[in-house]
Design a protein around this ligand. Structure first.
Ligand SMILES: [Zn+2]
Length: 420
């Protein structure tokens, strides 16, 4: 299946907007901003002691070597967003006597502010898209630096941020859209601020291997232990250690990732998304590598929810009835009419006719009910099925009425029924 990757969240079918975000499959990039690093960048504070030592000995030659192993993405943020990436992994560092916050991965990249503004611009023109920013690591960060960064994030993204006070197990796209929230910010540092989500809400176990077999074992055992009430990041990556880099010094990280990015789609395709040992966020290196249709494969996992639910309905009610009932829900034709504890459902048919359905009584005033249900040829009509499914999915519009008008609706719907 090929998706409009730039708008894949916007175009998710309605039932999926009621599934918690921790149960959706979301493609992400590892070290998302590392494309801003150049062969001339300075060694960062996160570089290993060996790299720092060799840098002192060999200077620019050493940096060019480190560069080959520091870059994990080659396409910029706008391109990543258009390809469908909706989770960004950030590593930040400060420089002495400099107020900017920098991207870092063994070498310094660009100031991060420019990239954050690009993200905001995208969200403002794609109002139904949402994304997750994950501030993973901080180097050379004082308490004052943290406070300054949090203030910048709050003033830049303002009311686009979904606060952590909302229960994560209930947070879905529909709730995000109702509140005009477009982003979740995970901040993996010990801070007390309701706008930012702590590390425990989105565990991200690190495989730290260069062996495919071990990586898969690690990912699968991680998913088996996944807790139901949190998000989860599956890291489909190789992490070369110093020994590996020295052995293959003439290569680079991209060349080493090639076999993994060829193999991993087969594993991803067989996953399911969901909090019962399923995937949630999946990240990879070089997400735009030739022939690696990473985002498509991850996005597609979301549609398995639909297929399973639809298949169950199909087998009980038949394909035509199920399709027609789901169409009514998708067309926003289901209305819940309520007055205190009493509630009924109204379905607006394609020709504008209104069918009134009671929650617990399999009854409808349509011809199909009269000729197919009452004669035992079908279990129910599409209006009743749409009402029941819409109530489960909470996919309806609500109208409040007075007790008197609710009674009038019931009388006009059922008062003059005649059965041949
Ligand atoms: Zn009906």
């Amino acid at each position: 299946m090929k998706f409009n990757q730039e708008y894949w969240v916007t175009e998710l079918p309605k039932p999926l907007t009621y599934i918690p975000i921790i149960e959706l499959a979301i493609p992400g990039s590892h070290d998302s901003f590392s494309y801003t690093i150049t062969p001339y960048s300075k060694i960062g504070p996160d570089a290993s002691r060996l790299v720092k030592y060799l840098n002192l000995m060999f200077g620019p030659i050493m940096r060019r070597f480190v560069y080959k192993w520091s870059i994990t993405q080659t396409c910029n943020i706008q391109h990543q967003l258009c390809l469908g990436i909706r989770y960004f992994d950030l590593r930040m560092a400060t420089k002495i006597n400099d107020t900017n916050f920098y991207t870092v991965h063994a070498l310094y990249g660009d100031p991060v502010m420019k990239e954050l503004i690009n993200i905001k611009t995208f969200l403002m023109s794609h109002t139904k898209e949402i994304l997750i920013l994950d501030f993973q690591h901080f180097y050379q960060f004082s308490k004052a630096d943290h406070n300054r960064l949090l203030t910048i994030l709050k003033s830049l993204f303002h009311n686009m941020i979904c606060p952590k006070t909302y229960p994560v197990e209930k947070l879905n796209l529909n709730i995000m859209r109702t509140n005009s929230w477009q982003m979740i910010i995970i901040y993996r540092h010990n801070i007390q601020d309701d706008m930012f989500w702590p590390s425990s809400y989105w565990p991200t176990p690190w495989p730290q291997t260069t062996t495919y077999k071990y990586l898969i074992q690690f990912l699968e055992s991680g998913l088996k232990q996944r807790k139901p009430n949190t998000g989860y990041v599956t890291q489909c990556l190789f992490t070369p250690d110093v020994k590996f880099i020295l052995r293959y010094f003439y290569l680079n990280l991209q060349t080493c990732c090639l076999p993994l990015n060829n193999l991993i789609p087969k594993w991803i395709i067989n996953q399911k998304s969901g909090n019962k040992h399923g995937v949630n966020v999946i990240i990879a290196d070089f997400i735009n590598m030739n022939g690696f249709n990473f985002c498509d494969i991850v996005i597609q996992l979301n549609y398995k929810h639909l297929i399973t639910k639809k298949n169950c309905l199909n087998s009980v009610f038949g394909m035509t009835l199920t399709e027609h009932a789901l169409e009514l829900i998708d067309d926003d034709s289901v209305f819940l009419i309520q007055c205190h504890e009493r509630r009924i459902i109204q379905i607006v048919g394609s020709r504008g006719d209104i069918y009134t359905i009671m929650e617990t009584v399999n009854f409808c005033t349509c011809d199909f009910f009269k000729y197919q249900v009452l004669t035992d040829k079908s279990l129910c009509c599409k209006h009743f099925l749409a009402a029941k499914v819409a109530l489960i999915l909470k996919s309806f519009k609500v109208k409040s009425e007075t007790p008197g008008s609710l009674t009038s609706i019931m009388i006009s719907a059922y008062g003059n029924q005649e059965f041949d």
